[in-house]
Design a binder for this molecule. Sequence first.
Ligand code: AMP
Length: 282
Amino acid sequence: MSQVAVFETVKAMREAVAAWHAAGEKVALVPTMGALHEGHIALVTEAQKHARRVIVSIFVNPTQFAPHEDFKKYPRTFDSDRAQLEAANADAIYFPAVEEMYPPGFASRVLLLGPAAVGLEDRFRPTHFEGVATVCCKLFTQSKADFAIFGEKDYQQLKVVTRMARDLDLGIEIVPLATFRETDGLAMSSRNRYLSADERALAPTLHKVMQALAARIRNDDPLFQAVADAQNEIITAGFELDYLEARHADTLAPVTSRADGPIRLLIAARIGGTRLIDNIGV
Ligand code: AMP
């Protein structure tokens, strides 16, 4: 286990990265909002395969939360996060204050089309990706990292950030990593800690229904009916369903059959006050 450096300013991070680059070392960034779990640590392990140096940013980004969302109550567990990152041999944590990221007068946003405007998360969180993309753009240019690792858990986000990095020539390679799950199939998430015992017991239903739906689609069952049945199953199980859809795995455009290309199933559903998202490939 090594001591992990903590940078609170752009300047401190840039000096360290400049020294690493001068020594010929590649740098990978793992952007997070903290409250780290094994899924985040898997991103660090993946980052270490691509680069000698790994920075994990911990920033609960206010601009990606709508006023009614959980920005204030989002779990903040820095001491535990730092201990986990030390155990994982990360090199540094970038832990900026909100004022470091958004100084007084800050007035810019990244404007997104393509995978950010397909009627999935963007339909229910209309300002979310603008906030995500703006902070990721800043994190990439602040750090000058060579790679950034993103989880497939947030599949639309992965597509949005990958598109932006290419479109804006940000000089960083986006590396995807498969979703890490609990043994019962629930996708790990910092928000799982909001779940009551009963809600936690119900939560793996999402993955089970998605797996059964993927199997039906592979079996060439008519797509529309299979999706409708799965939606009903989720609602009957007690969730409030925002969406459960079959989309093209690359463009996220709607699909009507397997002939339309590789399919990704994406879901967002709420139990109690907690909103869960997940997705799988067919
Ligand atoms: P968050 O801190 O939840 O905003 O997520 C930070 C990064 O971790 C994002 O790239 C997420 O997609 C990724 N991530 C979150 N949960 C998981 C998981 N269960 N498996 C893999 N990656 C994840």
